[in-house]
Design a protein around this ligand. Structure first.
Ligand SMILES: NC(=O)c1ccc[n+]([C@@H]2O[C@H](COP(=O)([O-])OP(=O)(O)OC[C@H]3O[C@@H](n4cnc5c(N)ncnc54)[C@H](OP(=O)(O)O)[C@@H]3O)[C@@H](O)[C@H]2O)c1
Length: 229
């Protein structure tokens, strides 16, 4: 049984990730603001296998609760920094509030969570930062995503940097740059767009990458996309 933390599990890819890890018999802690959706996931868990935390990851004081929630765990095997916010708005219309909310959830929350959880990471622990193709240097860019892609690419940079700084004792840390996946986030940002990948399909890849990718990769940006070059 592996110990897994998944942020942003109340819907979309994170919800499917939690379901699949529970089906494998892993112990899972999920984190989101919408507690009702997190409670639903208990239906897929056996006794003692599942816990959830209803917190706002843009608030550092609330993030502190994560360490307390896993007090009894010897170690974290996989942390998925999956929670995210995608604002599709023209550059001229982006407000200070848009910038702050995006950078807090897409960059500062993963930063603080890794920092906070350091006592629970071992050399074989794996941090998976869920990113986007738009954050990959040289990839096709989409107008309207200035705040989303820039905040996600800061986390890609952090991935490379921490892999070096933490290489002697772990955790291993990688990012996965996703192409379009059919979730509510995509539908809200790009109404009517049909993605070639479903959340359960992407979750399947992320489950495998989370459990095994640390053996082969550190500080790498894996592209998981069949929609954008
Ligand atoms: N879908 C795509 O096409 C696509 C493409 C590239 C990358 N990605 C990335 O993949 C990840 C998952 O995307 P998705 O499409 O599944 O998104 P989603 O359906 O919008 O889910 C986002 C999750 O993040 C949580 N979240 C957002 N703000 C939060 C906050 N302040 N505190 C705590 N939790 C928060 C949401 O839960 P609550 O609202 O309950 O808090 C929700 O569970 C994201 O990082 C996204 O950027 C997605």
């Amino acid at each position: 049984m592996k110990n897994i933390i998944i942020t942003g599990a109340s819907r979309g890819i994170g919800y499917e990730l939690a379901k699949q890890h529970l089906a494998l018999g892993n112990r899972v802690l999920t984190i989101s603001r919408n507690v009702e959706k997190l409670k639903e996931l208990a239906a897929f868990a056996k006794e003692g296998q599942y816990d959830f935390l209803g917190i706002d990851l843009t608030d550092f004081n609330q993030i502190d609760a994560v360490l307390k929630a896993i007090d009894s765990w010897d170690q974290i095997d996989v942390l998925y920094n999956n929670a995210g916010l995608c604002i599709n708005k023209s550059f001229e219309d982006i407000t200070e509030e848009d910038l702050l909310r995006s950078w807090k959830i897409n960059f500062m929350a993963p930063y603080r969570l890794i920092q906070l959880l350091m006592p629970k990471f071992k050399s074989c622990s794996h941090v998976v930062n869920v990113s986007t193709m738009g954050a990959v240097q040289g990839s096709v860019k989409f107008p309207g995503l200035s705040v989303y892609s820039s905040s996600k690419s800061a986390t890609v940079n952090l991935t490379e940097l921490l892999a070096e700084e933490l290489k002697d004792h772990g955790p291993r840390i990688n990012a996965v740059a996703l192409g379009a996946v059919q979730t509510e986030m995509l539908d809200e940002a790009f109404p009517g767009y049909i993605a070639p990948t479903q959340p359960d399909e992407m979750a399947e890849y992320l489950v495998d990458f989370g459990l095994n990718g640390w053996k082969y990769f550190n500080g790498k940006i894996q592209q998981a996309s069949i929609s954008t070059p």
